[in-house]
Write a protein that binds this ligand. Structure first.
Ligand code: NAD
Length: 506
């Protein structure tokens, strides 16, 4: 029997063990007997070493021209292409989602690398006219400094890449702390960074728990920025910890995303979208479709089609190319899903299909749950308000677009939304009135592309947007520069011939 591989932290350009000398296990959620690897159970001391390494590396990296930094990231993209299939297979093993989705996850990192590589030669600032003669006015982007990156398990490579790659092209150094359920994909990603030629100390990886690694990272005085993706509960703690030292902090958190299906929609297309949106990644996407709001005129017909297609979904180990939905990430997550199904029942929703964990030879060693649909769901019910993060879909109904929008907007979250309609006027009204950071017309709530801003409103985020050029606003500070080449003291707001009065801003 092959021995279990042990993976190390990456600090100051070396793969090293934690000072604790302890490890934790990572097991395949489709087969708990499959031990993927042992990972470092790191401590606050490891975090301090990683921060010191990132701090030492910062001046050299910051002063490397952005186009040179970008060339390294371009190489990173090429390396990820070469390794894509192996990386996807390992990701399915550690996380459970089906192969075509883990290939997509790696692809997102590749797309991000190439997008950022181009950004190295743009990273636009502004030059604007100065109000005084013989004076120049411009703004440039500068790196923030040492960044702590804390990531969840549901996009094991894509989400670390959304943070690490833009942070690097902007000239920051980083410490990545991945989720304990999916450290292997981060090890692979950081190895690819090393192989692409990222200099020593610029990228550091520390594995371990939120308490032992995440918490000291976000409160470390030498960390200037924390970029977090995860639950709203932990996000709130991150926000509080950063407030004390006024660290810059970007938060991407939960969602309760809805698809609205109008009476003029192509119902078969909408069924395809709902299946993919609700049960892709076993419903464990921040953008997963967890509510559908169906026009009453088509409610019965649509629900029947959806339930029958849901019953036919093939569930199993994501490494099997025919499988359409894999396991829940963990027993704990599965128990959360079970608890919500019970809550839905007690609150009076009608179980249309699913509702139980799967058992039998193919399932007993994993954490598998039936794709589940509740009908007769009312907007105030907990299953229609709270993020479940599993394969549970609530069907609500509405009499018109206004009612559908009121239901869609009636949660504390605001990440993603969608509408199926053939009426352009309906589509534009929905695009305008939805309270969400991302919106789709005739497509489900999942499927973001890296060249558009990603993030949400209300309790989904704190006003930042990852991806696209908007991510540069997270990983840079603006510096405004005035150059006076008049040779004399010129006072803004005061030495002007056209103004009669004014006060100076200094
Ligand atoms: P989580 O909040 O439990 O954990 C996220 C990360 O925070 C992990 O690395 C974890 O170890 C760390 N952490 C936990 N406690 C901590 C603490 N006290 N201090 C510092 N770090 C701590 O989330 P999860 O279960 O890994 O992921 C699922 C959640 O992520 C869902 O709520 C989902 O909606 C959200 N998510 C959001 C987006 C988005 O872009 N909006 C994307 C993916 C996932």
């Amino acid at each position: 029997m092959a021995s279990t591989p042990t993976f190390k932290n990456f600090i100051d350009g070396e793969w090293i063990s934690s000072v604790s000398r302890e490890t934790f296990e990572n097991r395949n959620p489709a087969d708990r007997e499959d031990l993927v690897g042992l990972f470092q159970k790191s401590t606050p001391d490891d975090v301090s070493r990683a921060v010191a390494s990132a701090k030492r590396a910062l001046p050299g990296w910051k002063s490397t021209p952005a186009p040179r930094r970008a060339e390294i990231l371009y190489r990173l993209g090429q390396i990820l292409i070469e390794r894509k299939e192996a990386l996807a297979r390992d990701m399915t093993r550690e996380m459970g989602k089906v192969l075509k989705e883990t290939r997509g996850d790696v692809q997102e990192a590749i797309d991000t690398a190439f997008y950022a590589a181009g950004e190295g030669r743009r990273m636009f600032g502004e030059t604007v006219p100065a109000e005084l003669p013989n004076k120049w006015a411009m703004s440039i982007r500068v790196p923030v400094g040492v960044c702590g990156l804390i990531t969840p398990w549901n996009f094991p490579m894509a989400i670390p890449s959304w943070k690490l790659i833009p942070a690097l092209v902007c000239g920051n150094s980083v410490i990545l702390k991945p989720a304990t359920d999916t450290p292997l994909s981060s090890v692979h990603f950081v190895k690819a960074c090393e192989d692409a030629g990222v200099p020593r100390g610029v990228v550091n990886l520390v594995t371990g728990s939120g308490q032992a690694v995440g918490a000291p990272l976000m409160s470390h005085p030498d960390v200037a920025l924390v970029s977090f993706t995860g639950s709203s509960e932990v996000g709130r703690a991150v926000n509080r910890a950063c407030a004390d030292s006024f660290k810059k902090c970007s938060l991407e958190m939960g969602g309760k995303n809805a698809i609205m299906i109008m009476d003029d929609a192509d119902l078969d297309l909408a069924v395809d979208g709902c299946l993919w949106g609700a049960f892709g990644t076993t419903g464990q996407r921040c953008t997963a479709t967890s509510r559908i709001i169906v026009h009453r005129k088509v409610l019965a017909e649509f629900t029947e089609k959806l339930v029958s297609r849901t019953k036919a979904l093939k569930i199993g180990n994501g490494l099997d190319e025919n499988v359409e939905m894999g396991p829940a990430i963990s027993e704990a997550q599965l128990q959360t899903v079970e608890a919500y199904v019970e809550i839905g029942r007690k609150d009076g929703a009608r179980l249309l299909t699913g509702g139980r964990r799967l058992s039998g030879k193919a399932y007993d060693r994993g954490s598998f749950f039936e794709p589940t649909i509740f009908g007769d769901v009312k907007p105030a019910m907990r299953i229609a308000q709270e993020e479940i993060f599993g394969p549970v879909l609530s069907v609500l109904s509405a009499g018109d677009l206004d009612e559908a929008l009121a239901i869609a907007n009636g949660t504390v979250y605001g990440l993603s939304g969608a509408i199926y309609t053939r009426d352009v006027n309906t589509a534009f009204r929905a695009m305008r009135d939805i309270e969400a950071g991302i919106f789709y017309v005739n497509a489900p709530t999942i499927g973001a592309e890296v060249q558009l801003p990603f993030g949400g409103v209300k309790q989904t985020g704190n006003g930042h947007r990852e991806a696209a050029w908007t991510v540069l606003d997270i990983f840079t500070e603006w510096k405004s520069i005035y150059v006076d080449f008049s040779g004399s003291l010129q006072r803004a707001q005061i030495d002007t011939s056209t103004h009669t009065s004014g006060t100076s801003r200094d």
